[in-house]
Design a binder for this molecule. Structure first.
Ligand SMILES: Nc1ncnc2c1ncn2[C@@H]1O[C@H](COP(=O)(O)OP(=O)(O)O)[C@@H](O)[C@H]1O
Ligand SMILES: [Mg+2]
Length: 361
């Protein structure tokens, strides 16, 4: 179902993005690191889950959001268990025909099982498992793929060292890294020289918004599939409000199957209010007095895209260097984008989330 709100797992439920899909499949054969970039709700998880479900090779999918951000030990346990499980599922005595079940880690350590006692693995233990896996794969002439969703979160755990180790010391393990905080993901994945992954070759897949005509087509196909007739002007209104972000369009379609256009759109906006408010709140945590300035910039950009000079005029007392820094941070965390010389919101529904903040003058 195109309007199913869970991330898609089957190609038939995935609209568009077939070029990204083919690139990813090819890159998994040829590359060691693949970075899938794109703002929130653009379809990254869906893309990688669809590809993941089709792969007939040893594989793992790890949603990093399931790991407690303050706990390196939890990350180490996850990664250790992941490689250990992969090692357990690969039987080198059975060369052919064995269907390999993937290792999926999405909830908080749920896969370990309650009551199980594990001592916290040391890096040597992790490395041992990685080397064992690589050796096994070499003997079988196979490759393994590990998908890390929202991987930039692992920066706190020093995980890029681990990924650099895998890159440098294994021959048969491919990493697919995705994240919604595009600038942070880039830093993590070696675009900047302070990352341990710096200088490693990688394939990059950049997911973009749907164009207005694609958005319209997506809605039309979804409603045909759901046997619901919706007038064109309503579809156009939805496309205009939701601006090519497939996640919002899906949510609209999901509601519109049961309720009127107006109600469905209001419901999406209401939901977006909560979701984007939390995203912004998380970003503003620990930002101290700069919080108000970030909010002022976002509020100003909610009205229209702006040049640097326009942004500056909304904060006349703030130094140029600071303004540059704020804009850079907002870009890194994918709240805004710079298109040509203009800054604009990365998500059309960010203004919803902003409504819930009170800004001091
Ligand atoms: N290609 C697609 N076709 C149809 N629906 C999609 C597609 N990509 C994403 N969606 C829907 O959009 C929403 C957000 O998708 P998701 O893959 O979680 O995005 P991201 O990981 O980039 O935040 C989900 O409801 C998902 O079902
Ligand atoms: Mg995702």
């Amino acid at each position: 179902m195109l309007f199913d709100v869970a991330p898609k797992k089957a190609k038939k439920d995935m609209y568009n993005y077939s070029e990204e899909y083919l690139t990813l499949i090819k890159a998994i054969k040829d590359e060691k690191i693949i970075v899938v970039k794109g703002v929130r709700r653009i379809g990254k998880t869906s893309l990688i889950k669809v590809v993941y479900s089709e792969l007939k090779m040893p594989k793992a999918y790890i949603d990093v959001r399931g790991i407690s951000p303050s706990k390196v030990s939890e990350w180490n346990t996850v990664i250790f268990r992941c490689f250990k499980k992969m090692n357990e599922t690969i039987d080198i005595t059975k060369k052919v025909g064995k269907i390999i079940k993937g290792v999926e880690i999405t909830g908080r350590l749920g896969f370990i099982g309650i009551g199980a006692t594990f001592s916290i693995p040391r890096s040597e233990d992790i490395i041992e498992e990685i080397e064992e896996l690589d050796e096994k794969l070499g003997k079988l002439g196979k490759k393994a793929v590990l998908f890390f969703d929202e991987v930039q979160i692992t920066k706190k755990f020093g995980a890029s060292n681990l990924f650099a180790f895998i890159y440098d010391n294994t021959s048969n393990i491919t990493l697919v890294l995705t994240g919604s905080e595009v600038g942070i993901l880039e830093e993590f994945a070696g675009y900047s020289s302070d990352s341990p992954l710096y200088g490693r070759a990688r394939e990059e897949i950049n997911m973009k918004r749907l164009s207005p005509s694609q958005s319209l087509e997506f809605l039309k196909l979804g409603f045909i599939e759901s046997h619901v007739k919706v007038p064109d002007e309503e579809l156009l209104d939805a496309v205009e409000s939701l601006d090519g972000i497939i996640g919002w369009l899906t949510l609209y379609g999901h509601y519109r199957r049961k309720i009127s256009h107006k109600k469905a759109l209001t419901r999406v906006l209401k939901e977006a209010e909560k979701i984007t408010h939390n995203e912004i709140k998380r970003f503003l945590k620990n930002k101290g007095p700069a919080k108000t300035r970030y909010l002022k910039i976002l509020k100003a950009l909610s009205k229209r895209p702006m040049s640097w000079g326009d942004v500056k005029r909304t904060l006349p007392k703030v130094t140029d260097a600071r303004i540059n820094n704020y804009l850079e941070q907002l870009i890194k965390y994918s709240f805004i984008e710079k298109v040509k010389k203009e800054y604009r919101l990365a998500d059309p529904l960010i203004p919803q989330g902003l409504k819930l903040f009170t800004i001091r003058r």
